[in-house]
Design a protein around this ligand. Structure first.
Ligand code: MIC
Ligand code: SF4
Length: 754
């Protein structure tokens, strides 16, 4: 059903030839990342060696995956591309639009009725264009990709930042915006700046309470949320080989949180075991024939400092469990330091909820290790102090853990089993009492913990940790509980010490499932009709954006100067807004409502320069649009961190914002802005950010000479008539300037000029 062994064999057949050629060209041993990159060049065999972090290169990915919340925009755009079917194997997964409230059965039924129109749309577009469709309840995109499609040495893109999860099976899997996916689905090349390479050498062996999650929590702490930008993180060493395949997936998954382009591991026995257990012995047989090409050259791993741009070494034998947060995934605290840290920062110590799941940590191994802690609580008569919820990663996992008694064991402790879907991880959580906005703590095994993300409450302190630590902290009800040293009091008043978790990497009796939830597309979809109601509030056909008029932009108003962290959750919030992901006009009403205005410290309150009064950001921008006044957005570091959602770029484009000028960008968001015909600019001198004033009017002085490598000059006219000239850098190459000129990259595809 699910994977295409012939395609994989083809990839392997070209790999040997291209990798050897690349090795000769580069004149040295190759990392795994380079092998996969060079063997997926669009133009075939490599004819030059690329400068990392500098050269834009065209690639030919093997697959595309989209999830429901981003697929709507991606497919609406694809429908404009004028193609009969997708050019590479593509799947759509319904996982983000399902709310977690009472439990899987009821919640799924509610989602199926509330989002029927959207699911029907996705299913019929998939059917028409040859796309595999995974129904609501089938599972979270990245677990399904790992279980069915990922393969060592492959390259894929997906319209979700955590597509990188497939690095656990030795792929280069990269998160992109929908417009990038449309390129590949339309049979065109996909462009990426040749990444820098960060090597992470893992020595020793995980033990006791430490898990793969702690590796990435530690790496995030070291590299911070922007430390991986523009880089591939390649893990190697005996510690890597000793780890399960889904554990590797967890590590790669959260590479999105350090901004990494992707992360990967060399092909090894853990991957063989996982492929075999998920019914893909033929992939193992094919991969074994080219095994040397599916990992870095031995010389590279023996002398990594010579081949990577940056090297990190972590000794797994000494690694402590980590708890990262609140509000950002890179604030790492080893469990032994939590007592001091929590007290020093006044973090609420009482844990209200423990949540296990998300695409990051919802594997069979995760569930079985977490339940080993739960079982100890039940056996020792300990009543858990916090509430507990789990989201299995896929129907295959859910079915198997039910068969193996794991669900029953969770339920004995009062755990709510939510749908196999994203749920609370993306704010699809109807948490009782969240509207009271009380300060509280939750712990979860997800990857992101930005403000308001899980339950909409800005005072919820969310901490990220491993599933087994979530279980321990939720049972104890305390954030500063250290299971390695502390004991718990059971209901008989006795002290109990929890034993370290243990579990099965893979189900002993194999995976099982009755209905995985897959729907194959029609052989010939040409007669399938896709209907979008013109009165729908959920879906809206796209109208092309206007082309550039060839003139300098003048008289633009400053819409907002955003201060501090401005993730895609701040720019285009998820949770309740997810339902408008297919309707550009409606979702634009959330534009930048979470961003902090640098002038008054408030969210969603900016000055309307036409009236002098303060209003919500979307309302002010709509006023500028109605008056025909252009505007610009100014931002801080790592602007657009987090999600791949291109709504964060399309909304400002749609509402008439012309440029986004920031100290630095997250990769996917910068590309999304470019693709939608916006100007994505960075301060040549970061300190110029401080010169921007609330009542500024902005004139571009040399946009008419927009060219690769040449900074743009902007004049900021302040209210008192004084001016500042500010230089803005950009990374547009010639074809990307073409997107700006045409109004969007899609306009070029639709005109057959791409
Ligand atoms: C996320 O984890 O933030 C999401 C929701 O999966 C996003 C995609 C989206 O916004 O739909 C992502 O990571 O790209
Ligand atoms: Fe879904 Fe959360 Fe994973 Fe994003 S990070 S794909 S919302 S489970």
């Amino acid at each position: 059903m699910a994977f295409d062994i012939e395609m994989i064999k083809k990839v392997y057949a070209t790999m040997a030839e291209r990798v050897d050629k690349a090795r000769d060209l580069v004149g040295r041993p190759l990392t795994l990342s380079e092998k996969i990159l060079y063997s997926h060049l669009w133009e075939g065999n490599p004819s030059q060696s690329f400068v990392r972090g500098k050269d834009y290169v065209d690639f030919a990915p093997d697959r595309v995956a989209c999830q429901d919340a981003t697929a709507q925009m991606a497919l609406l755009q694809f429908m404009h591309a004028g193609k009969k079917t997708v050019a590479v194997p593509t799947t759509v997964h319904c996982d983000h639009l399902i709310q977690a409230k009472v439990g899987a059965e009821k919640d799924l039924a509610v989602a199926n009725s509330q989002s029927k129109e959207v699911f029907d749309f996705l299913s019929s577009v998939s059917n028409k264009y040859g796309i595999g469709f995974w129904k609501p309840g089938s599972g979270i995109i990245h677990q399904i990709v790992l279980e069915n499609y990922a393969f060592p040495g492959g390259m894929m893109i997906g319209t979700d930042s955590h597509t990188v999860n497939a690095g656990g099976l030795g792929m280069l899997a990269i998160g992109v915006g929908g417009a990038d996916a449309v390129d590949v689905m339309s049979g065109m090349s996909w462009e990426l700046k040749f990444p820098k390479l960060i090597g992470v050498k893992l020595t020793g062996k995980l033990n006791g309470w430490t898990s793969p999650k702690d590796v990435i929590l530690k790496v995030a702490d070291i590299l911070t949320v922007k430390g991986g930008t523009g880089a591939i993180v390649e893990y190697f060493g005996e510690g890597a080989i000793n780890m399960s395949c889904t554990g590797k997936g967890t590590i790669c998954n959260m590479g999105a949180e350090i901004g990494a382009t992707t992360s990967t591991f060399g092909y090894d026995d853990s991957m063989r075991r996982y492929l075999a257990a998920t019914g893909r012995q033929d992939v193992v047989d094919a991969a074994d024939k080219v095994a040397d090409y599916l990992t870095g050259d031995a010389e590279v791993y023996a002398n990594p400092e010579q081949y990577f741009d940056q090297l990190i070494e972590i000794n797994l034998s000494e690694l402590e469990p980590h708890i990262n947060g609140p509000f950002t995934p890179d604030r790492g605290t080893p469990v032994s330091k939590m007592k001091e840290e929590a007290a020093a920062n006044d973090w609420p110590l009482k844990v209200e909820w423990g949540l296990i799941g998300s695409c990051t940590n919802s594997s069979y191994e995760d569930m079985s290790r977490a339940v080993s802690i739960v079982n100890q609580a039940v056996e020792n008569n300990i009543t858990p102090k916090a509430e507990f919820g789990i989201n299995p990663g896929s129907e295959q996992i859910r079915y198997t853990i039910e068969r193996d008694g794991i669900i029953e064991a969770f339920e004995k402790m009062g755990t709510k089993v939510f749908t196999n879907a994203c749920g609370p991880c993306i704010g699809q959580w109807d948490r009782e009492g969240a509207d009271k906005q009380e300060k509280n703590t939750i712990v979860h095994s997800f990857n992101r913990n930005f403000s308001k993300r899980a339950d909409g409450n800005p005072n919820t302190h969310a901490f990220v940790t491993s599933p087994e630590m979530v279980a321990a902290l939720a049972i104890s009800g305390r954030l500063d509980f250290n299971p390695i040293t502390d004991t718990l009091l059971n209901d008989n008043g006795e002290e109990v010490k929890l034993l370290p978790p243990n579990g099965d990497e893979l189900p002993k009796r194999g995976f099982d499932v009755e209905d995985a939830g897959f729907q194959a597309p029609a052989e010939d979809g040409s007669s399938v009709e896709v209907v979008v109601s013109p009165t729908s509030e959920r879906l809206q056909l796209l109208a092309p954006f206007d082309a550039w008029d060839g003139k300098n932009i003048t008289g633009a108003k400053l819409l907002i100067k955003a201060f501090g962290k401005c993730t895609t959750d701040h720019i285009s919030m998820a949770g309740p807004w997810l339902r408008f992901r297919g309707h550009l006009d409606n979702i634009s009403n959330n534009m930048l409502i979470g961003a902090e205005n640098a002038f008054n410290g408030k969210a969603n309150s900016v000055k309307n320069q036409l009236t002098g009064s303060y209003d919500a950001v979307p309302a002010v921008q709509r006023a500028y649009k109605a008056a025909g006044v252009p505007s610009i957005v100014v931002g801080d570091q790592n602007y657009g961190e987090g999600s791949s959602r291109e709504h964060a770029a399309m909304e400002p484009r749609f509402l008439g914002v012309k440029a986004v000028l920031v100290k630095s960008f997250a990769r996917i968001h910068e590309t999304n802005l470019k693709k939608q015909g916006m100007l994505a600019l960075t301060f040549a001198n970061e300190a110029d950010y401080d010169k921007i004033q609330e009542d500024d009017t902005i004139n571009f002085l040399d946009l008419t000479e927009f060219a690769p490598g040449k900074p743009l000059t902007l004049e900021f006219v302040h209210a008192d008539g004084s001016k500042d000239i500010i230089l803005a850098n950009h990374t547009y190459n010639a074809s990307q300037i073409g997107w700006f000129v045409a109004g969007s990259a899609l306009n070029l595809i639709a005109a057959g000029k791409a």
